[in-house]
Each structure stands twice: as C-alpha cells, then as structure tokens.
Design a protein around this ligand. Structure first.
Ligand code: FES
Ligand SMILES: [Fe+2]
Length: 379
C-alpha cells in the first residue's frame, strides 16, 4: 500500500500552504486508521534511527531487554564481551518471542517454546531434540538471531530496522551539535515513568511543540515561566527546539540535586527542549536529562515512557531520594495535564467538522512542519 489514499492532492496542497493562508495539517485518517499506522511503521519508523532504550536497562553483561520498534519485537543485549547488540526478538524455528521479560545473568537466550538457545552475540548454540528425541543439534551451524543496526549516544541506544538509514553519527550530530556542552557522560537513569492513553502518537509531539497551551493546560508551569517570556519552537530541518534561560530553577527541575559538573554563567540557567525527527525527544535542565519514548499500540492507543536521567549519585544516594522523586512527580503532573489535551484532540479527529485544523502562524507552524516531514519521509 502507498500513502496516496491518505495524502491526496488536496492534502498536499494544504500542507504546502503557509499556516496563515489556508495551510493545515494531516487528515483525520492519519490519526485513526490502522492502515496508516502500518505505513508509518514500514516507511517511517523502520527507515530511520529510532530511540530504543537506555544502556542502564542492560547495564551488566548477561542483561537482555525486550522492547518494540516500528511495532516489531526486538531485544537489546549486553554481551559478556562488553558489546551492546540488538536483534529481532523472534526465534528462527517457529517464530516465538525469545525474550519475554527483561532478564539478567544470561549466558544464552533460550526460546521458551522448544528451547533453541542463542549466544548473546546471536549465534545459534543448541537445538534440543531437533533431529528426534534425545538427538540434539549441537553443530552450531543453524540460523542465529537476526541482528539490527545499532547506534549509541551516551546512555541512549538507537536502532535502524531496515539498515539503510544515513550513518548514526550524522543523524545524532544534528542534535548533539546544538546542545550546550554539558557533561552528558555524568548521567545515569533514575527512573522510567509510564503512561498509557487513547490517542495517536503524533499528537504527543504536536502538543510538545505547542507552547500556546501552557497558560491554559499548565497553570503551575505558566506561573513559573509564563508564555509571555517564551517563544515558539524553532524549526531547523528535522530538529525542533525551545531554549531559554531560567532565573531560578523550580522544584523538580534543579532544586536539591547535583548539577552537571562545571556549569557556569548562562550554562547554569539553561533549559531546552528538543525533538529530532521522527521520535527522539528530550529535555535538558541543569540537573537532569529526560527522554520521551512512544510506543504506538494502535492508531488511537499509545504507551509513553519518560526516562529520567540524573547526575551520578543522585540516582542512588538516599540523601537525594526526596529531590529525585520530586522530579518524577513534577513530570507526572505535567504529563497528565498534557494527556488530557491529547485525548481531546484524538476525540476531535472523529468529527466531520474537523480535518487538519485552522492554524496559528506563530504556534502551529511546527505541527505543519512535522506533518510535512512525515509525508516527505514516507513518500
Ligand atoms: S519457536 Fe523457538 S525453539 Fe521453537
Ligand atoms: Fe504541555
């Protein structure tokens, strides 16, 4: 299937028009139709670098962590040789999932169905009873787990399913070159917070770029740093960003926790939010880095994770426990406010009175730009 039934000439026209002059966004069907999500999995998520998880989730040799990318089961593995690898999490025998739950201290990955065992480098080791009862295949000549191209940036792991994306270093440089030179090597994963809701994944990011909603949806955030001090997200190709200097950190963002080493002057006041198309979304504050990860379960059903990274001992020292928990609480409150709005927008996409929206030239150009990036990537 191709995208033309969804992206008609009329849709292309409104995507190409300025937001102040009839320009608009994707049609409702791109938020409600399972066929469009299938196309996104195939033509968007599988073709690019997708954030897949954190090194902390497979911190030790022998750790394995199952997850999904583009709707496909994959597994991240920390080998005893120290290598971090990723594989399609599917047994070459009859297609069972090999690793169902995060696990540690593994020397092999054993399929739960008929016990084919794979080395942590993916090679097939044994096939019990494969040639008849008690006639095991120990030849190691059978098919191994299928590897997936992997890129690493500090504690973040990215995968490219189709193996054809541009080099990872080029992809991540767009973001890395823009960030202030904080010592991201000091970060450790503190906690992953999860939410699940009835809305399309794209609305999460469209809401993320939309600073317009801060006074109405986030009264506490607006009291801390009002819309009048903010500008719209800057658009720079596949990178959208909002950056500002805070006068005083607020609870949950910069109070009571260690900061990145060596922050001085404006660096110590810097806060930024970044979205690198199509799925890498993170926030940098003086004491933390937070990374969103979305799992589209269906066109109207998304699981959202927020990985909260803090500086070194803040993740383990009980002296920081309360301040660290306040970070998770702050994000939970903020995100629940957003999820309400995201679900409103999802409901609206079933109305015949809405299709693409009437957009602000200031605050909504980002959503239209995102729509154009999607169409361009999928064409
Ligand atoms: S499906 Fe995995 S061993 Fe049979
Ligand atoms: Fe928000």
């Amino acid at each position: 299937m191709n995208i033309e039934p969804f992206i008609t000439p009329e849709v292309r026209d409104r995507l190409s028009r300025p937001t102040g002059d009839g320009g608009s966004c994707l049609p409702n069907t791109c938020y409600t139709d399972p066929a469009w999500l299938e196309l996104e999995n195939e033509r968007l998520f599988a073709r690019t670098w997708m954030f897949a998880g954190c090194l902390d989730q497979i911190a030790e040799p022998g750790d394995a962590f199952p997850t999904t990318i583009a709707g496909k089961p994959v597994v991240l593995v920390h080998g005893h040789d120290g290598e971090i690898r990723a594989f399609h999490n599917v047994c070459r025998h009859r297609g069972a999932i090999v690793v169902e739950e995060p696990c540690s201290n593994q020397t092999v990955l054993t399929c739960p169905y008929h016990a084919w065992a794979y080395s942590l480098d993916g090679a097939l080791r044994t096939r019990p009873h494969f040639e008849g009862a008690n006639r095991h295949d120990l030849s190691r000549s059978g098919p191994g787990l299928v590897p997936i191209r992997l890129g690493r940036w500090f504690r973040m792991i990215f995968l490219n399913l189709d193996g054809q994306a541009a080099p990872f270093e080029d992809f991540i440089a767009t973001l890395a070159n823009r960030l202030p030179k904080h010592d991201l090597g000091a970060l450790r994963l503190y906690k992953t917070v999860e939410w699940e809701f009835k809305a399309n994944w794209k609305l999460v990011f469209e809401n993320y770029f939309d600073n317009h909603h801060i006074p109405t949806i986030h009264p506490r955030l607006n009291a801390f740093y009002p819309l009048s001090k903010r500008s719209a997200f800057q658009i720079d190709g596949g990178l959208l960003r909002t950056e500002y200097l805070i006068d005083e950190p607020q609870k949950g963002r910069g109070v009571g926790l260690p900061w990145y080493p060596g922050l001085t002057g404006d660096q110590a006041r810097f806060a930024g939010g970044y979205f690198l198309f199509p799925s890498c979304c993170l926030q940098l504050w003086p004491d933390q880095l937070t990374v969103f990860q979305l799992f589209p379960i269906g066109p109207e059903h998304t699981v959202e994770n927020l990985h909260i990274f803090l500086i070194g001992e803040a993740t383990t020292d009980p002296a920081y426990a309360e301040a660290a928990q306040s970070v998770a609480d702050m994000w939970d409150e903020l995100n629940r406010e957003d999820i309400g709005a995201i679900e409103w927008m999802q409901t609206g996409r079933h109305s015949p009175a809405f299709d693409g929206g009437v957009l602000s030239d200031i605050w909504d150009r980002q959503a239209q730009h995102f729509a154009n990036l999607i169409v361009e990537a999928m064409t």
